[in-house]
Design a protein around this ligand. Sequence first.
Ligand code: DGL
Length: 285
Amino acid sequence: MSDAAAPCILVFDSGVGGLSVARCIHETLPGAELVYLADNAGFPYGDQSEPVVIERCTGLIRRALEEVPCDVVVVACNTASTVVLPRLRAMIDVPVVGVVPAIKPAAGRTLNGRIGVLATPATVRRPYLDRLVDEFAGDCQVVRVGHPALVSWAEQLVRGVPVPESDLKEVLAPLQSSGVDTVVLGCTHYPLLREALKAVLPDVRHWVDSGDAIARRVLFLLGEAGRDREALAESHRPEPVRAVLLSGAVPIGLTGFMASLGLGVQRIHERWGGLADPVRATGST
Ligand code: DGL
């Protein structure tokens, strides 16, 4: 079901993580259509250099907008958002919403002043995160964990592979031992792992991600552009995803996984965008 009058939102990530954001957008604006664009041939971005991430992300988004005009672009990837937003905004006319680790809301919720930040290895070491911590959580103890396996475990969930619990315990040990009561999910893949994370750290009171805040921002921007916010929030759209555009192959189980998130899909294109596979970075990102 495609409705020419419905606004369309382009959601971008390196893999399936942005689906956690797409789900929040669909729940907040069930009347909107979505295009899901994933650079899964370039996944994981946590292993790529900044110039590679910038080039791939901007190139794919620009090409997608040529093919499917959209009203808002959401860069639903913390790793990309930390480096690409100024360039992207200078390049396209469409409003761009980025996602940043939710340090500020976490600092507002912690009761014991101890916050964990789970993110990709690239995000935990970028100055962008230092600035967020200095600005919003200067009086908190902030424990950062940037482990490369977490995004892969989230990708594997799509084909039904459960998260390996003992490995997850090991990854989360620094958060366990420091007694954090609030954890920031600083990568959009991680809300997909929420149940497994909660099982390993049952004492954490708040798991904070940015999905709902992004959805509210998108609704606000569409309202500013003259769209009827109430109608967008009230309609029902059983197949809200007009297209899935993947730079690599379709992951096994993708449509079923998306359906389980309420994201029915109209069509999928694989090996889309004509980008060559990236040369893997060997140094720091
Ligand atoms: N979902 C991306 C993020 O929020 C994953 C990054 C990656 O591909 O390593 O950072």
